[in-house]
Design a protein around this ligand. Structure first.
Ligand SMILES: [Zn+2]
Length: 222
């Protein structure tokens, strides 16, 4: 894939001098501009799907299996740059497959609750979004905030998930998303409850369109 931004390459090459770039799956050292080693690339299966969702499109890279779960967990819990970078790159490749990389004015990460972000020190969806920005040249804006802490979605049914998230997200005042084409980013989705709530929040503000992209999609529970 063609890189939009020379400063992105420079950033990766500089980072590589201090922390050699590693394969997100097996931790082997790889080239500064690589995202995966050859061996793991042969076994990584990107589904690169695009389906209808909330009046827009939902792009997703791969199913949430044991192998891909390690990428998502590593990115979230240890701020593993090679895993975050891998997710950003594969998401951009998925958009490229559908010739969609130029369809957006702004990338909006699904936000964490402020207290949770302070505790973790970073938001993985924001990191992924910002790296995607450098690859496809579309700016990232933290246009949406999460107003309160919510229960872990994992244990909840589909209806409980929607209730749990009701009115959790709000567009920040001063954020001008009117007439813009948004790409909403998250690492994982299961029932789409979080993304649907994000849609609720942004659609009130007259964005032109909202599409969604996640790295991994889990099989749906009833
Ligand atoms: Zn590898």
């Amino acid at each position: 894939m063609e890189m939009k931004n020379n400063s992105y390459e420079l950033k990766r090459r500089l980072a590589d001098l201090f922390f050699p770039n590693r394969c997100p799956f097996c931790s082997r050292i790889i080239g500064a501009m690589d995202y995966i080693c050859e061996g793991c690339a042969a076994s990584f299966k990107a589904d690169n799907r695009c389906e209808e969702f909330c009046g827009g499109r939902l792009f997703w890279v791969c199913e949430y299996n044991d192998k891909n779960r390690r990428i998502v967990y590593g990115a979230k819990n240890s701020r593993d740059g090679s895993k975050l970078g891998f997710m950003a790159y594969t998401l951009c490749a998925c958009l490229a497959k559908y010739k969609a990389a130029r369809d957006f004015d702004v990338i909006v990460p699904v936000p964490m609750y402020r207290g949770d972000k302070l505790k973790r020190g970073f938001s993985q969806s924001e990191k992924i979004a910002r790296e995607m920005s450098m690859i496809i040249g579309v700016p990232t804006e933290n246009a949406v905030v999460k107003l309160r802490r919510t229960k872990q979605q994992k244990q909840l049914s589909k209806t409980q998930r929607r209730d749990n998230l009701k009115n959790t997200f709000e567009v920040l005042s001063g954020m001008d998303i009117k007439g813009k084409r948004l790409l909403i980013i998250d690492d994982v989705t299961t029932t789409g409850a979080t993304l649907a709530e994000m849609y609720e929040a942004v659609s009130k503000y007259g964005c032109k369109s909202a599409d969604f992209a996640v790295f991994s999609k889990t099989a749906q529970k009833a």
